[in-house]
Design a protein around this ligand. Structure first.
Ligand SMILES: *[C@@H]1O[C@H](CO)[C@@H](O)[C@H](O)[C@H]1NC(C)=O
Ligand SMILES: *[C@@H]1O[C@H](CO)[C@@H](O)[C@H](O)[C@H]1NC(C)=O
Ligand SMILES: *[C@@H]1O[C@H](CO)[C@@H](O)[C@H](O)[C@H]1NC(C)=O
Ligand SMILES: *[C@@H]1O[C@H](CO)[C@@H](O)[C@H](O)[C@H]1NC(C)=O
Ligand SMILES: *[C@@H]1O[C@H](CO)[C@@H](O)[C@H](O)[C@H]1NC(C)=O
Length: 274
């Protein structure tokens, strides 16, 4: 499933945003495509990000969408970006001007991992295009963008099509992840200004059960947050790493039934106190 999804994504990505006029660049740099605005992020960037090329195996009419890499504005790491693909609920809903549609919610979806692309959710769960077993693509009648404007975002930096410089540009802890995400949100609302005030729903599953609380912490720690966070939702949330999931029940079982492996309780207790 996973590799099938990623293969399709690779071919989609080439067509989504066209080819880089400068040729291939390392995956530690964001790809620049022709027509990149010279200015800071602003609504001028909407037409740069708008997906206008046809997508392979997609014949049905899709709603307008916007995709690309956006800087997280981390000091000393200008090439650290997050990749997003956002779909409009209706024509013009994402490109509304600042202050418009103030009651109209918008949403971000995050997969977990850590290190999982949110395009797994996009292509197999709640996104508009589903990849089938023979690599054909069908529309998902239950895609969330039928209800609200939705962005699927690859994060943290270095995940999926998101980039990170390999000289310390990756994250070292979840607080860094939260700050990066906040930088991304500030730039996203500069491009789509109605999102500043519209109710924001931050959603995800699995290891985003760790990401989302830290992003929320970063938002609430900011005097003037870039977004109006209304709710968050976590499905099947994780509170730790895969190895912790395996070790926690194992530990409980061998503590309860030492005879199973007949260990020396003194040695065990010694290690427990370390
Ligand atoms: C990409 O665009 C940014 C911003 O305009 C610029 O600083 C950078 O040098 C460009 N990189 C490439 C590889 O063209
Ligand atoms: C969406 O609106 C734009 C103008 O904002 C218009 O040019 C375009 O044709 C519309 N697309 C659809 C599918 O209605
Ligand atoms: C398009 O779908 C067909 C099956 O209908 C598949 O064989 C082909 O690989 C798909 N093309 C791409 C680019 O995924
Ligand atoms: C999606 O909706 C269309 C139009 O109503 C219908 O033809 C199609 O069978 C539906 N697909 C699925 C998978 O439910
Ligand atoms: C960042 O990307 C630019 C091209 O846009 C490249 O020239 C530069 O070396 C990159 N910096 C790092 C630290 O990777």
């Amino acid at each position: 499933m996973l590799s099938k999804g990623l293969t399709i994504l690779a071919s989609l990505a080439t067509l989504v945003i066209g080819r880089n006029p400068h040729g291939p660049v390392p995956n530690t740099w964001p790809q620049n495509y022709s027509g990149i605005p010279a200015s800071n992020y602003s609504p001028e960037w909407q037409s740069y990000f708008e997906v206008t090329e046809p997508l392979p195996n997609v014949t049905a009419m899709l709603s307008r969408s916007f995709a690309g890499n956006m800087a997280v504005d981390r000091q000393g790491h200008p090439n650290d970006t997050l990749f997003f693909w956002g779909f409009e609920k209706e024509n013009g809903s994402l490109t509304a001007a600042e202050g418009e549609r103030s009651d109209d919610p918008w949403l971000i979806w995050l997969n977990g991992g850590p290190g999982a692309s949110s395009f797994l959710g996009f292509m197999e769960e709640n996104g508009p295009l589903h990849v089938t077993n023979d690599y054909s693509i069908v529309l998902n009648n239950y895609s969330w963008d039928k209800l609200v404007d939705v962005f699927w975002v690859d994060q943290p930096v270095g995940t999926g099509y998101s980039t990170a410089s390999n000289d310390g540009g990756y994250i070292t802890d979840e607080d860094q992840m939260g700050r990066d995400f906040l930088g991304f949100l500030s730039n996203l609302v500069a491009v789509f200004p109605s999102l500043k005030t519209r109710p924001f729903y931050l959603t995800g599953e699995s290891y985003s059960g760790v990401y989302i609380p830290y992003i929320t912490k970063a938002i609430f720690s900011t005097p003037n947050p870039p977004v109006n966070l209304k709710k968050f939702a976590i499905g099947n949330g994780a509170i730790g790493s895969l190895s912790v999931f395996k070790e926690l029940p194992t530990l409980t079982v061998i503590e309860t039934y030492p005879q199973l492996i007949n260990y020396d309780p003194d040695v065990f207790n010694y290690f427990k106190t370390q």
